[in-house]
Design a binder for this molecule. Structure first.
Ligand SMILES: NC(=O)c1ccc[n+]([C@@H]2O[C@H](COP(=O)([O-])OP(=O)(O)OC[C@H]3O[C@@H](n4cnc5c(N)ncnc54)[C@H](OP(=O)(O)O)[C@@H]3O)[C@@H](O)[C@H]2O)c1
Length: 235
């Protein structure tokens, strides 16, 4: 099977990549990074830079892929050099909000647009994006983090809507939004202080659990929001 892994250079993405490349049934992993090619050489792995903020970059990458069995988008942003997640509405920066929506939500739709012909081969296939439980509207009790929460809620809606369309046009594809659990990566590093040690997953643990969830899903479950535990999360 051939896997396309977006965000293979990230904490969770890199762990997914290593585990996927180690599986006998995986023939090739086409992984992406943004800036610096990761120092991870493996005979099954090829790397390509893409900027998820640009449709042309996504299109150019997807054109060379051929048929794809699994697409996983493990890219995302919570903070940047200049922006931290908002504690209150005064801290809202329109540019950061829009960038969050672009990278965390729109990129998955652009990937779907560019890759749908590559998934149309009739074999069981997966199209999954790593979302976050804080994107659940009904689970929002703490507030804050406007840009991240809103962009992940938008991603969840994109996943649900895509699943409805593809149920007709690509019934072999299972579309899924995933919650990896709080995972020890650069993204969560500044916010780990209040996380209990046993609630902070290593990227390897998170990746293994997410791959188990994906392997167990079937096309009739397409359009769900799944926790690392296999539990269905509320929108
Ligand atoms: N860590 C957690 O606790 C946690 C919890 C819930 C959900 N998540 C979600 O899990 C996913 C992975 O997060 P992580 O913790 O692994 O974060 P991470 O280590 O910061 O990795 C983020 C990835 O996104 C890529 N990326 C960011 N902006 C991009 C752009 N414009 N174009 C292309 N690639 C871009 C990065 O590429 P470069 O490395 O090349 O910049 C990197 O591969 C994210 O969607 C995140 O929201 C994480």
């Amino acid at each position: 099977m051939k896997v396309a892994l977006v965000g293979g250079s990230g904490g969770i993405g890199r762990a997914l990549l290593k585990q996927l490349a180690g599986r006998r049934e995986v023939r090739a992993v086409h992984a992406t990074f943004r800036n610096n090619p990761p120092d991870l050489d493996h005979p099954k792995v090829s790397w390509q830079p893409i900027d998820l903020a640009r449709e042309s970059s996504i299109r150019n990458w997807s054109e060379g892929l051929g048929e794809v069995d699994w697409l996983i988008n493990a890219a995302g942003i919570l903070h940047s050099r200049d922006n931290q997640p908002e504690k209150n509405i005064r801290q809202l920066e329109p540019d950061f909000f829009l960038r969050s929506v672009s990278i965390n939500a729109l990129s998955t739709l652009l990937l779907a647009k560019s890759l749908q012909d590559h998934l149309k081969h009739g074999r069981p296939a997966v199209f999954a994006a790593v979302s976050a439980k804080v994107g659940s509207i009904s689970d929002n009790r703490l507030g804050g983090w406007y840009s991240y929460r809103a962009s992940k809620a938008a991603l969840n809606m994109c996943i649900k809507t895509l699943a409805i369309e593809w149920r007709r046009t690509l019934p072999n594809v299972t579309v899924a939004a995933l919650h990896p659990g709080t995972t020890d990566t650069a993204l969560s590093k500044p916010f780990q202080r209040n996380v209990a040690p046993d609630a902070l997953f290593s990227p390897e643990r998170s990746a293994a659990l997410l791959l188990d969830v994906l392997a167990a899903l079937t096309p009739d479950q397409s359009g769900g929001f799944w926790s690392y535990s296999g539990e269905r999360l509320p929108w």
